[in-house]
Design a protein around this ligand. Sequence first.
Ligand code: 9D3
Length: 245
Amino acid sequence: MSWHASVLTLFPEMFPGPLGQSLAGRALRDGRWSIDSLDIRSFATDRHRTVDDTPFGGGAGMVMRPDVLDAALAAALAAGADRPAVYLTPRGRRLDQAMVRDFVAGPGLILLCGRYEGVDERVIEARGLQEVSIGDYVLSGGEPAAMVLLDACVRLLPGVMGAAESGVEESFSSGLLEYPHYTRPAEWQGRAVPPVLLSGHHAEVARWRQAEAERITRERRPDLWAQYTSHAAAPGAMDGRPAAA
Ligand code: 9D3
């Protein structure tokens, strides 16, 4: 069985959406992963197919009902009960590459996308939902966040990335941001490519790229830079190339 995602949403037609294109789309067609979206509304039991209600205690907005969500989660779990269930929410733990690696190491995910003000707290407890956010900005719903999370996972599945784009050397794996890239023409609008890149000296090129990656990380992401310099003993990290002050 390949890696399987079940998405619980009020907008099932949004999936696979962009995940049906490009790298993820090819992997989907190749059977390296699979996705199904379940319409939360189809688990409503009243004739108006109600999925939400007013919050106890008052206040604005609507809350998604625990009984409807629980039935939807039960249906998703039937397609693989060993998968972690994730609730996409702005108050969740911020997604990072380490979490993505953990998700990819498992059999897949069940992703609950919220709309309205949120979901009844009891279903989060009862189903042990893991709460995940993709960052500190406000989306209109969990669906784009689910797509981001799935995109980050799928590209790490075995056989999805070609050798060229293979993640060994890249940003957030090496712990550094990317060095600058150049291609032809060697001069464009009066701007020259750094001469070392035309020199043919592979060791010097590697040294220049490392120094540039370090400079850019230090300037733009002091948080990543602090982590990187504190892991100087990690395999591959900084070997023989101490940072400039
Ligand atoms: C009234 C307070 N709002 C929280 C900032 C309520 C609210 C706004 C937007 C509740 C849900 C949403 C919709 N967002 C998501 O479902 C969501 C999300 C996000 O908005 N930002 C980052 N990650 C995520 S994961 C799911």
